[in-house]
Design a protein around this ligand. Structure first.
Ligand code: FES
Length: 120
């Protein structure tokens, strides 16, 4: 088992390596989508660009490499953004959901998250 730490929600969730990040978020009933994605999304086929997450910690290989779809869809986005539907979990990682509307206390949340040891 591996652990994904969701810093907005303040929770750690265990999952199996190889699991799709969007599937995990939905299974755990966390909020992945902003308003646009709630009104309509592509159900995980990489076409709507509404399932953004940002990677805030973990090692570089914690998540699968960018897919060709992400390379196209994330061209003008920060380097640490991913499409959850295109991302497979390899090992423990720290994630921010909806980075397009970050929480006001993001820096505090990040610091608190970094202070807790992340299981492998
Ligand atoms: S759910 Fe549409 S791009 Fe990820």
């Amino acid at each position: 088992m591996t652990t994904i730490r969701f810093i907005r929600e303040g929770i750690d969730i265990q999952c199996k390596p190889g699991e799709n990040l969007r599937d995990l978020v939905i299974r755990e009933k966390l909020q992945l989508y902003g308003l646009k994605g709630l009104l309509g999304n592509c159900s995980g086929v990489g076409q709507c660009s509404t399932c953004f997450i940002s990677v805030e910690g973990g090692n570089k290989k914690s998540l699968s490499p960018l897919t060709s779809i992400e390379e196209e869809k994330l061209k003008n986005r920060p380097e640490n953004w991913r499409l959850a539907c295109q991302t497979l979990i390899n090992s423990s990682s720290i994630i921010l959901t909806k980075p397009q509307s970050p929480p006001q206390d993001l820096e505090v949340l990040k610091k608190n998250s970094e202070n807790k040891k992340l299981p492998r």
